[in-house]
Design a binder for this molecule. Structure first.
Ligand code: G2I
Length: 665
């Protein structure tokens, strides 16, 4: 059977559904025609745009959780096995194949009219050690056998339509990754793998897949050049996968659409293969909004180029995501939360695909079990059981009325979690609280039960806060340092911290040098190349003072020397009408740390910058100025940081940017 038969089979299966929907429109009274849940499934919207929308499936929840299965089949038209088709799953020992997880996913997809993208045949990760230590000829044989058997297992199944043949073969600078594949077989393993996959399945679409290749940069340009070369050599390569593991802290790759378009111009299709957008946890409404905008941008970039065939989200629920395991303080990268409730990022994807989930008029359920705890003379902490909603709860209003009866409830705060601490209360006073939920469309729920709180007397407290702990220093310069610590707890609430400092590494006296109402403090005006010791202690409203924290010793950097910098620019790769300069290395040539640097250079006439990374670029005529992006601003004496950029130039012009100079503030 060929893969081409699938769209035919699918449209045959869909036809009766469309007819039923049409009939329903005639028999249902007009006012009730719009269902309460106005969110059209993503797969319906994507199909209307001629794109697939998929997710990476984990075998455990797919087998065991009905909430997971329901979303998987309702919202998505495509599945990529997150781990089940990797080498360590399919061939853990030489010639011992196991397709249990892979078959489970393909069976689920077939039952739900979905297609499967195989991931991944040749990768340096999740490949058993027996493969990694083979000789060159044995490794080549093992690779060809593996591809023939795994691709062959699904070749006659129309559900499995495409494969990631090679995965992550480049390093960040656009060189080949120094993997055991490359180190043993040279770069020829890539073409060999594609030929073996084509031999095993004449119809499957064969892809190369990588991360950090969403925008135009040195790595995506290397991928572009390789695809171009392979096509020229007649190697069977059909598609490029942009993994798209983004983080809101690094900015959105604004040239993503342009990058997709340049691959399309090579005659390959492009897939967004592993989309997730992580944020620093915990979630807030503002971070959710930024993330939603990134999801919108990715969908729009794919919609804008017809050769972009669709988008696979790497999971769909924050309950199962690789992100927190790899980036411990980041996560919440997906479009459903841990409780399978849609997030603003879901609404963003749905809207970008042409849906109108915000036409929703269904209010969330009322929050329940509102309770107060930890009440002091000035504050109380509320918690409640979450509401549910058809398009997702976006937050809660907290309402308060004075006294134990009468008066009016007014909003005193909001929360995106199911708890809230209300501060600034008056001692020995009663208040009533309620909460209500809101959804993305602005619908508001009924209020929860009412809870009455009476603050404590506010006098006579003699309990000191606990001592602050984990005091640590960071970002030390020649004249300053930043302290942070774990907060204290207290029966009536911590009001602030004293910061104490003693001279030298021992002896002397600790004296208060500042105060903070947060758990951090920046000390400045220090002497260069000098040691200091710090401690912090907590205070409460009644004036009780805690024991001091641990002591941290800080030695400032040597100063008084000269700060200075040099710049060295390298042409990494060039082609007929463009080139990449990377790395452009900025070195601190002075004897003290520098904060900030400015590189200037000149572009020949007709040259324009088409992409850059790790630098903030401003262009005036042919004069270019580059400053740090933030993290690469401070450079220690003798150390270096680097940035890179890509230039478009007239065909046949072989000149490159020149006149590089570096200055420090
Ligand atoms: O790292 C993110 C992705 C980058 N591109 C290639 C993808 O294949 C990769 O996916 C992740 C999976 O999301 C993780 O689930 O690949 C990881 C492995 O490199 C997967 O993690 C593995 C854990 O490392 C194993 O300990 C665990 O047994 O998942 C396995 C199954 O849960």
């Amino acid at each position: 059977m060929t893969h081409r038969s699938v769209p035919v089979a699918r449209s045959r299966r869909l036809a009766p559904v469309a007819v039923a929907a049409l009939l329903a429109a005639f028999v249902v009274p007009v006012l009730a025609a719009e269902p309460a849940n106005a969110a059209t499934p993503l797969r319906t919207l994507a199909a209307a745009k001629n794109k697939f929308i998929g997710f990476a499936a984990a075998t455990g929840p797919l087998a065991n959780e009905s909430a997971y299965r329901t979303i998987a089949q309702t919202e998505f038209s495509q599945i990529t096995p997150e781990n089940a088709m990797k080498w360590d799953s399919t061939e853990p020992s030489d010639n011992q194949y196991n397709f249990s997880g892979a078959d489970q996913i393909v069976t689920f997809a077939a039952a739900n009219n979905q297609v499967v993208h195989g991931h991944t045949l040749v990768w340096h990760s999740q490949t058993p050690s027996w493969v990694q230590s083979l000789s060159a000829s044995a490794m080549r044989t093992a690779m060809n056998d593996h591809i023939a058997t795994v691709v062959g297992h699904f070749a006659s199944n129309p559900v499995v339509q495409s494969w990631d043949v090679v995965n992550e073969v480049f390093d960040e600078n656009g060189g080949y990754r120094s993997s055991f594949w490359y180190n043993t077989l040279g770069s020829g393993f890539i073409a060999d793998a594609f030929r073996a996959a084509r031999a095993a399945d004449a119809d499957a679409k064969l892809c190369i897949n990588d991360y950090n290749v969403e925008g135009i940069n040195a790595k995506s340009t290397a991928m572009y050049n390789l695809v171009n070369t392979l096509k020229g050599q007649g190697v069977p390569i059909d598609c490029v996968g942009l993994q798209t593991h983004l983080s809101t802290q690094y900015g959105f790759p604004g040239d993503m659409q342009q990058n997709i378009a340049r691959f399309a111009a090579l005659g390959v299709t492009v897939r967004i293969t592993e989309l997730d957008i992580r944020i620093p946890t915990p979630r807030t409404a503002a971070k959710d909004a930024t993330q939603a905008q990134y999801y919108t941008n990715v969908v729009n970039a794919c919609l804008a180029v017809s050769a972009c065939t669709g988008i696979t989200i790497w999971g769909f629920t924050d309950k199962y995501s690789w992100v927190p395991d790899t980036f411990p303080s980041e996560g919440a990268a997906l479009i459903y939360d841990e409780n399978y409730q849609v997030k603003p990022s879901y609404t963003a994807v749905n809207t970008a695909l042409g849906g109108s989930p915000n036409n929703d008029t269904t209010a969330p359920s009322a929050p329940s079990n509102l309770a107060a705890s930890g009440t002091t003379s000035t504050s109380t902490t509320l918690s409640w059981t979450a509401s549910t909603d058809n398009v997702g709860v976006t937050g809660y209003d907290i309402l308060r009325a004075p006294g134990t009866s009468g008066g009016t409830f007014a909003v005193v705060g909001s929360s995106t979690t199911t708890s809230f601490t209300n501060t600034g209360l008056t001692a020995a006073t009663s208040y009533r609280y309620q909460v209500r939920a809101k959804d993305a469309a602005g619908n508001t729920s009924a209020v929860s039960n009412t809870v009455t709180v009476t603050t404590s007397g506010g006098t006579g407290d003699t309990t000191a806060p606990s001592a602050p702990s984990n005091l640590a220093a960071s970002g030390t310069t020649a004249s300053g340092t930043s302290l942070s610590w774990t907060g204290s707890t207290d029966n009536v609430g911590v009001t602030g911290y004293d910061i104490l400092r003693a001279p030298g590494t021992s002896g002397g006296t600790f004296a208060v040098v500042g105060t903070s109402t947060t758990t951090s403090y920046a000390d400045s005006g220090l002497s260069a190349a000098t040691s200091y010791r710090y401690q912090v202690r907590a205070k409460d409203a009644a004036g009780n003072v805690s024991a001091v924290s641990n002591t941290v010793t800080v030695t400032t950097l040597s100063g008084g020397g000269t700060g200075g910098c040099s710049v060295t620019a390298t042409v990494q790769t060039s082609w007929g009408n463009g080139y990449v300069m990377d790395p452009v290395t900025v070195k601190n040539t002075g004897t003290s740390s520098i904060t900030g640097w400015t590189v200037t250079f000149t572009l020949p006439a007709g040259h324009t910058i088409s992409g850059s990374w790790n630098g903030t670029v401003t262009v005036s005529g042919q004069n270019v100025t580059v400053k740090p992006v933030g993290w690469n601003s401070t450079v220690a004496p003798g150390a270096s940081v680097a940035f890179g950029f890509q230039v478009s130039r007239p065909n046949g012009d072989t000149s490159t940017a020149s006149g590089f100079a570096c200055t420090t503030p």
